[in-house]
Write a new protein. Structure first.
Lengths: 257, 245
């Protein structure tokens, strides 16, 4: 680690830098106690943890939907504060769990255009961004269809395109494989593996984490309880059991090492 | 017909409906001409008349109201031979007025709706300078109407699957609480949508739509589209002036 740092005289700022973040919801429930997390540019990290661990709350901090009660979040060196929100939301693309929450315009094309248009793109430039994003997820043919006529897997891919159109530096996905059939899950993995951006993938799908993310962070009860190579974490049966994580029956991470 | 820009179609339909409404109710020939116009346009749009007729069903509640009027209207009354009914003449005219204008208006709207997708309609309204807030809300209604009815259907099936079989009004409690739950869920979904919109840089103002569908035609064929409403307007004017057979 230190050797790597010294070989690079001017290190680029981390894609994401979460320091000592704590957050309680207005009803008093403490969702995040103390979270430290640093993600390098281009790094893919799985965010694991049981239901209610605070994964979604943490995700909402990464693009400033929630602002921390204590601590600080930086995106590519830029602190997440009210005046910086626009740039923060350009840099961090969040794909939410339910594509029906994300896709609200009458056509796929308009929905994908929504983000870049909010950032000021117009005309031919906007059309180019929309076409590229839809092509990246293999949905170019569906541009003029209404979202509710697409299959769930297609809607998930369009939801990804709506974020890719904003050219983010960090991609954040909340449960990207939930409700997908295995082929759609595979398609999504291929798309994600081809993207050169940093990614945070919150998931209960442990084999998926192993395939996509060299590194894993385990969050439980609002704290980071483990951070390391995915294969090592998935091989630690005691750690998994302590935090209500479970590998699929018959699956062993060493089998694919 | 299908290829006309949406804003042109919306404006033409509106003008046609206004002309029909302005036509005096005694001028039966004028309504025949108007009906002929709708039929010609439907024909040009390759819209089969049975389909058009089926979609007119939305008008039924108004028809029921119209049929009610002759029974309760004022004198002078006229007797219907054979039925032993006494009907009010002003009531009859009022019923005819509602029936014929309503049917023509709905028919024209059905032709518009059958040849224009919802998305195009919204773009059309946008370009006719209808306030953004209005078209945005209409867009949300269309988009989430299906999501919420789907949710309601699944909740109903889940209820029925657990042996629920409401037959009497006092068994409606489960239905009522389903409606309540659906309201809360829709409200929460609204909040999630808003968060998802904020995440993509939404600041309260919907940006103009981008797509190729929306790019305005070089020169919208207003002239072509104006033919039908102009004829209807002339017919209305003639009827007002007392011309006609």
């Amino acid at each position: 680690m230190t050797a790597a740092e010294t070989s690079e005289p001017v290190a680029a700022p981390p894609a994401l830098d979460v320091r000592g973040v704590a957050y309680a919801y207005p009803d008093g429930h403490t969702a995040l106690r103390h979270v430290d997390l640093t993600i390098a540019p281009g790094e893919r990290v799985a965010l694991l943890g049981p239901n209610g661990a605070g994964k979604t709350t943490l995700i909402l901090h990464l693009n400033g939907i929630l602002l921390p009660a204590a601590g600080e979040v930086r995106v590519g060196g830029l602190p997440v504060t009210k005046p910086n929100l626009k740039e923060v939301r350009r840099r961090v693309g969040v794909v939410f769990q339910d594509p029906d929450d994300q896709l609200f315009m009458p056509t796929v094309r308009d929905d994908v255009a929504f983000g870049p248009a909010n950032l000021g793109a117009r005309g031919a430039e906007l059309d180019r961004q929309v076409d590229e994003a839809l092509a990246a997820v293999g949905m170019a043919d569906a541009a003029d269809r209404p979202p509710h006529h697409l299959s769930f897997g297609q809607r998930r891919r369009v939801a990804l395109a709506t974020v890719l159109a904003m050219d983010p530096q960090v991609l954040v996905l909340d449960e990207p494989t939930s409700n997908l059939d295995p082929a759609a899950r595979r398609d999504l993995a291929d798309i994600l593996l081809a993207l050169p951006v940093a990614a945070v993938i919150a998931t209960h799908d442990l084999p998926y984490a192993l395939e996509l993310c060299p590194r894993t962070v385990v969050l439980d009860d609002g704290e980071v309880v483990a951070d390391g190579p995915t294969a090592d974490i998935l091989a630690d049966a005691d750690l998994l059991a302590a935090h209500r994580l479970e590998l699929p029956y018959g699956f062993h991470p060493d089998a694919v090492r | 017909m299908h290829r006309l820009p949406p804003e042109v179609k919306v404006a033409a339909t509106l003008a046609f409906v206004l002309a029909v409404v302005a036509t005096p109710r005694h001028a039966g020939w004028a309504f025949a001409v108007d009906a002929g116009l709708v039929a010609v346009v439907a024909r040009a749009a390759h819209l089969p008349l049975p389909t058009l007729a089926r979609r007119l069903v939305v008008e039924l509640p108004f028809v029921a109201f119209a049929l009610f009027l002759p029974l309760v209207g004022e004198a002078p009354r006229t007797d219907v031979p054979g039925l032993g009914l006494s009907l009010s003449e002003p009531g009859l005219w009022a019923a005819w007025n509602i029936l014929v204008k309503g049917t023509l208006g709905v028919a024209a709207t059905v032709v518009l709706a059958s040849t224009t997708s919802v998305a195009e309609l919204l773009y059309g309204l946008d370009r006719l300078r209808v306030p953004r807030a209005f078209t945005t809300i209409a867009g949300f209604m269309v988009r989430y109407g299906e999501v919420i009815t789907g949710e309601a259907r699944r909740m109903r099936i889940a209820r029925l699957s657990r042996g629920h079989d409401p037959r009497w009004i006092w068994q409606a409690r489960a239905v009522a609480s389903t409606a309540g739950t659906l309201f809360i869920r829709s409200y929460e979904r609204g909040e999630r949508i808003h968060v998802a919109m904020l995440s993509r840089g939404f600041t309260g103002e919907r940006p103009p739509s981008s797509s190729t569908v929306t790019s305005p035609a070089e020169r919208p064929p207003w002239l072509v589209a104006a033919v039908v409403p102009t004829v209807a307007a002339l017919v209305a004017a003639a009827a007002l002036a007392g011309v006609g057979p």
